[in-house]
Design a protein around this ligand. Structure first.
Ligand code: B16
Ligand code: MG
Length: 218
């Protein structure tokens, strides 16, 4: 990493799925269960396109490989609900061990250094995930799929997170594993930090190899 110290960062806004906790593999299992039932081809490559994308938009991407009769809005709503019920079954098995120690340690250190921390997630299940993993208390604010009208790459979820923290967008760094999230951060005027599957994204201001490198930003 080429450490860029902007000097203006006062808060960090973290994507949840794929950054703080690897629920991405649970999303995959749940969509796969629904897709298999309908005979839809669905693999990790398609799954990668769902990162940071809302439940409804994810379903539309999966249905690109559905060759049955056209589905109406009500049938699509039921399919999205079916997937969500499979996903929530899997979330019930989450424990605090699902969050890596190095992630928790880094969050604690950032707090000790005086930074404000928020979640900025497209998920409507963010509250349940934070509760099951026991890390809700590490964040000053949560902006998630329940308080937005438009999903990433629209910046709404991050702009709301910054507002909840009482900070200007330009004072915030966003940590993301999805290109849609990096786009959202840049559209919102924030410093965009890419990790995991987004690392190397040319739109990002910074790419990290390890989560702990966050301690060098700001
Ligand atoms: P839900 P993030 C996103 O979370 C996931 O990456 C994406 O795969 C999912 O479709 C979306 O949340 C909505 O999730 O169905 O639980 O409301 O990466 O923005 O934290
Ligand atoms: Mg994500």
């Amino acid at each position: 990493m080429t450490t860029k110290t902007t000097g203006t960062i006062k808060g960090f806004i973290f994507d949840l799925d794929g950054v703080i906790v690897f629920t991405d593999k649970l999303h995959y299992q749940a969509w796969k269960r629904m897709a298999d039932r309908l005979g839809i081809s669905f693999d990790e490559t398609v799954n990668d396109r769902l990162r940071g994308v809302s439940r409804e938009e994810s379903l539309d991407i999966i249905l690109e490989n559905y060759h049955g009769l056209a589905l109406g809005a009500e049938e699509k709503r039921r399919l999205a609900e079916e997937k969500n019920s499979y996903y929530r079954e899997l979330l019930e098995e989450l424990t605090p061990d699902a969050v890596e120690e190095k992630v928790k340690d880094t969050l604690v250190k950032l707090r000790e250094q005086g930074f404000k921390l928020a979640i900025g997630s497209s998920s409507k299940n963010a509250g349940l995930i934070l509760e099951r993993t026991g890390i809700a208390g590490l964040f000053d604010a949560v902006s998630d799929g329940n308080n937005i009208q438009r999903s990433k790459p629209d910046p709404e979820v991050f702009l709301k997170a910054a507002a909840f923290l009482g900070l200007e967008p330009g004072d915030c760094a966003v940590i993301e594993d999805a290109e849609a999230g990096i786009r959202a951060a840049k559209a919102g005027g924030m410093f965009a930090v890419a990790v995991h599957s987004a690392a190397g994204c040319p739109l990002a201001d910074e790419s990290l190899k390890t989560f702990e490198e966050l301690l060098n930003i700001g």
